[in-house]
Design a protein around this ligand. Structure first.
Ligand SMILES: *Cc1c(COP(=O)(O)O)cnc(C)c1O
Length: 435
């Protein structure tokens, strides 16, 4: 019998002590990254100018469990374990027989799941003597998470922030500055890539692909600097698995087990973090679990992209990854405010979708905001627009249960709060968001 409780907490001692690597349980392992020059699979030394060896080894490991270092666990303790909440208000509002649970990552100081990997990445860099990190940020969530993590470990932090967001999101910029980061609008005059784009268009609004190119150029130029990113790569997804490992223990406390596991996908990290620890239940043990990845129809990578090798950035400088992609030149429509704007997706997630282990759905932003508002009114939390793609999907599953009378247990990831996205809500209420 499922528990009568609503809020499922664990205590500090139950924070997972190892990250879970899904690669050994995949029906087909992801293909290796390819060097853009030689077109050969890259080796660890090819990545050494960009990343510390501790993270490179995690990028290629086939070990199933990776121990979490003590200093990382100590910082996780400041906001983990995060709550798993039964969405009783939403269930009632929908009149569904389904049981809906959400795992809430918005309680981290940076407001999203991105802190889970930012802390780990800052730790491994500092442990290898790196004193400065360069990265990019779109809407600012990753930039704020890495700025916070750098402040914990005494690292300098340079963030290239997509120009359009830099101008429109002073709140996120101020958060990064509060944690001590130097934030530059991208394209910036500080890199060759930025100078070239500014020469062609001094008013370029920038894009995530351009900002990545700038940060990737910055790092190898300086002995003291490495690059880091907040999604897509194996080591990032690995760090996020604390989400699903905790959720699993919390579902046990709820005397329940998910029939459906849902999350929103930009580059794939929060969804992988929630879902991957349950993949062996389906692939190895044959449990009937449906995995559903939700993306915006304005950036429909998994549902409409092609599965092939592509660059991670606009300037074509990163290794080639085999993934679902809309093309490295893809720029989502500016009217779109729901986040999740990356042209590609994590190779492991892409492969699991390709192999039919995970399904993908896409929603237009007006439907997404409609459910964000419904969720806020039923549950209280104002969700990030990104996370609201998962809410929409969970609601549709719950409504399908109402039709059929099926009493499914639905688990979804609420990756962050939306308190710094209220201008997007404002535009939704003003009727300015179109699909
Ligand atoms: C960055 C972000 C996402 C999308 O990134 P993933 O790597 O796909 O998780 C989703 N939700 C929130 C709140 C984010 O900040």
């Amino acid at each position: 019998m499922p528990s009568e409780s609503t809020h499922f907490t664990l205590d500090e001692s139950q924070i997972p002590t190892a990250w879970f690597n899904v690669i050994p349980s995949m029906p087909t392992p992801p293909s290796p990254p390819i060097h853009p020059g030689t077109k050969q699979p890259i080796g660890p030394h090819d990545l050494a100018p960009l990343f510390p060896m501790g993270l490179i080894l995690q990028e290629v490991t086939t070990d199933e469990w990776i121990e979490i270092p003590g200093p990382v666990l100590d910082l996780y303790r400041r906001y983990r374990p995060t709550p798993l909440i039964r969405a009783r208000g939403l269930e009632k509002a929908l009149g569904t027989p389904a049981r809906i649970y959400y795992k809430y990552e918005g309680v981290s100081p940076a407001g999203s799941h991105k802190a889970n990997t930012a802390i780990a990445q800052a730790y491994y860099n500092q442990a290898e003597g790196v004193s400065r990190l360069a990265s990019e940020t779109g809407a600012g969530q990753w930039g704020s998470a890495i700025a916070m993590a750098c402040s914990f470990f005494g690292l300098e932090c340079r963030v290239y922030m997509v120009r359009a967001s830099y101008d429109q999101r002073p709140g996120r910029r101020a958060m990064m500055q509060t944690w001590g980061a130097a934030v530059w609008p991208s394209p910036s005059p500080d890199t060759a890539v930025g100078q070239k784009i500014l020469a062609e268009d001094p008013n370029s609004p920038g894009s995530l692909g351009i900002a990545i190119s700038e940060a990737v150029e910055d790092a190898p130029k300086r002995e003291d600097t490495k690059y880091c990113l907040g999604s897509v790569l194996n080591h990032v997804l690995l760090h996020q698995t604390v989400i699903g490992l905790e959720a699993r223990a919390q579902m046990e406390k709820a005397d329940d087990f998910p029939d459906v596991i849902i999350g929103c996908v930009g580059g794939g990290s929060n969804y992988a973090g929630l879902a991957y620890p349950f993949i062996p239940d389906k692939v190895r043990d044959g449990k009937q679990i449906r995995f559903i990845a939700a993306e915006p129809s304005a950036c429909p990578t998994l549902t409409e992209g092609t599965f092939e090798y592509d660059f991670g950035d606009t300037a074509q400088t990163t290794p080639l990854l085999e993934m679902f992609t809309l093309g490295h030149g893809f720029i989502p429509p500016p009217i779109h405010s729901g986040g999740l704007r990356y042209h590609g997706d994590a190779p492991s997630l892409s492969r699991l979708v390709k192999d039919g282990v995970i399904e993908a759905v896409a929603y237009p932003q007006t439907k997404v905001f409609e459910s964000a508002v419904q969720f806020a009114r039923a549950e209280g939390i104002i969700p990030a627009p990104e996370s609201s793609h998962a809410i929409r999907t969970a609601m549709d599953e719950a409504l399908a249960c109402r039709e059929t009378g099926r009493e499914s247990a639905i688990l979804f990831g609420l990756s962050g709060h939306g308190l710094l996205d209220l201008s997007a809500y404002d535009r939704y209420f003003a009727g300015d968001l179109i699909d």
